[in-house]
Design a protein around this ligand. Structure first.
Ligand code: 0O2
Length: 215
């Protein structure tokens, strides 16, 4: 079924949504840079969920084929990385204020971390997309997390893959400790946020001067 050519047609508008969202979020990042302000957005990346993962998720959550579009909300997924935890909430606010898509759900796994230790902020949106058959509204997921949260989530994701979702208890316990260490790191960085930002601003100015002089 994963080779079914209909998947290509089904996923094409999702690819478009991912690309449009990346452009919009990078556009926000650039505006902060132009105005020489700290950008809450450090980087943006996106992907369309592979067909095999869509099928696995549908099976695991007992979702019928005709409900996939509505019930699997991360077929179009974009990830935004930030330096500081409060940047996450700034971005969520920016997303809520947009008129070109609608926020339909928010999941705060920072205030309510997952059992695994996972922390991240998920914003589910409904995004319009123009196709040759007319307009469609597609669901997409924007995951917003700090660099520290991402470091943890990436490693945990690899381990989950390696152990097919059955991570041994001892490793799971270590992962939980690592999640708390990452969270403490975010807390410590928040305390010196102003210092870090000032240092980055000075460095940015220096780089721009050197660039202008052609050094
Ligand atoms: P992939 O490979 O990242 O695309 P769920 O029932 O929890 O599986 P649901 O209901 O869609 O999923 O919602 P949720 O939990 O808000 O979002 C799912 C996505 O969040 C996951 O996608 C992961 O990207 C991420 N995520 C959620 N929990 C964890 C976790 O414990 N560890 C890590 N590393 N990531 C997590 P997929 O489909 O699982 O996979």
């Amino acid at each position: 079924m994963a080779d079914n050519p209909n998947w290509k047609t089904f996923l094409a508008p999702y690819r478009q949504v991912v690309e449009e969202l990346i452009v919009k979020l990078r556009g926000m990042q650039l505006q902060y840079e132009i105005e020489s302000k700290h950008s809450p957005i450090e980087s943006v990346a996106g992907r369309v969920k592979p067909v095999s993962s869509i099928l696995d998720k549908a099976k695991r959550k007992q979702i019928a084929a005709e409900d996939i579009e509505e019930k699997i909300q991360d077929i179009a997924g974009v990830r935004v990385l930030c330096q500081f935890v409060d940047d996450i909430y700034t971005i969520a606010e920016l997303l809520r204020s947009r008129h070109d898509f609608e926020v339909i759900e928010e999941k705060d796994y920072i205030r309510n971390k997952k059992e695994s230790g996972y922390r991240s902020y998920h914003v589910i949106i409904r995004h319009p997309v123009a196709t040759i058959h007319g307009y469609k509204q597609l669901i997409a997921e924007i995951q917003i997390r700090t660099l520290a949260m991402n470091f943890w989530a990436t490693n945990e994701h690899s381990l989950n893959y390696k152990y097919s979702g059955e991570i041994p208890d001892a490793i799971q316990a270590r992962l939980k400790k690592a999640a708390e260490a990452a969270f403490r790191l975010d807390g410590e960085m928040a305390k010196i946020k102003d210092e870090v930002q000032e240092a980055q601003w000075i460095f940015h100015q220096l780089k721009s001067q050197q660039h202008r002089k052609g050094e």
